[in-house]
Design a protein around this ligand. Sequence first.
Ligand code: HEM
Length: 227
Amino acid sequence: MDTTFLKRLITTSLGRKSLMAVTGLLLGAFMLIHLGENLLLLKGETAYNGWVEFLLSNPITPLLELGLLLLFLVHITAGVWVRVEDFLNAPRGYEARRWQGGRTIGSATMLYTAAAILVYLVYHMLTFRFVDHSMGFYQMVTGAFRSPVFTSIYVAGSAALALHLSHGMQSAFQTLGVSHPKYTPLIKAGGWLVALAMLGFALISLYFLFNMDLKAAEAGFQVIIIR
Ligand code: HEM
């Protein structure tokens, strides 16, 4: 097997940036799928628990989880490496000029939003993944979101995720050389759409914080009584 390509991915700066771009796009795809899964919370307990239990009983799920862990690890390692390299090679005074030359809030804060997402992810794993699930996933998640502190963490984490992707998605395509006068505006718009979709995680938690599910249930109950 020719390992030159694999070696180049690790040993050259472009290779490391490409690794970061590909893993970033795949993680973005996971985020959209995960958002879709969690929108099932709005459909109710049976739909949500049914889906999560189907996932957990599926023999390929552990493999997908392993793949996901690998994506996070490669993305973080390549990201830190590229950042350190850029910092060491940057001309003097670069930090002071960061905001010049068309930089956006998203691009200038990538490192900070990355750190915030990592903290958010670890918190998420400790509170939803590595805990006792015997009460059922729906009860666990919706119960947690009734806490203002818990939901505030989700709102802040989702905002960091949205800001990170507002630059990350289009930057990944640029790194991979996908650039065309006709398609670049579409790619940018798509990147923004994916970024804005991440606020959906915040909206789900706010929905349960403000008991909107209970109000919807009550309204349904009243309709049944009036009938
Ligand atoms: C409304 C917000 C969210 C809810 C309700 C939610 C719910 C869940 C639940 C219940 C699990 C555990 C499933 C299991 O035990 O296997 C899980 C896993 C996971 N979540 Fe989330 N999540 C949300 C947002 C996020 C966000 C924003 C991220 C990324 C920053 C994320 C990343 C993950 C990952 C990587 C896993 C582990 C993979 C897996 O086990 O399927 N989640 N989520």
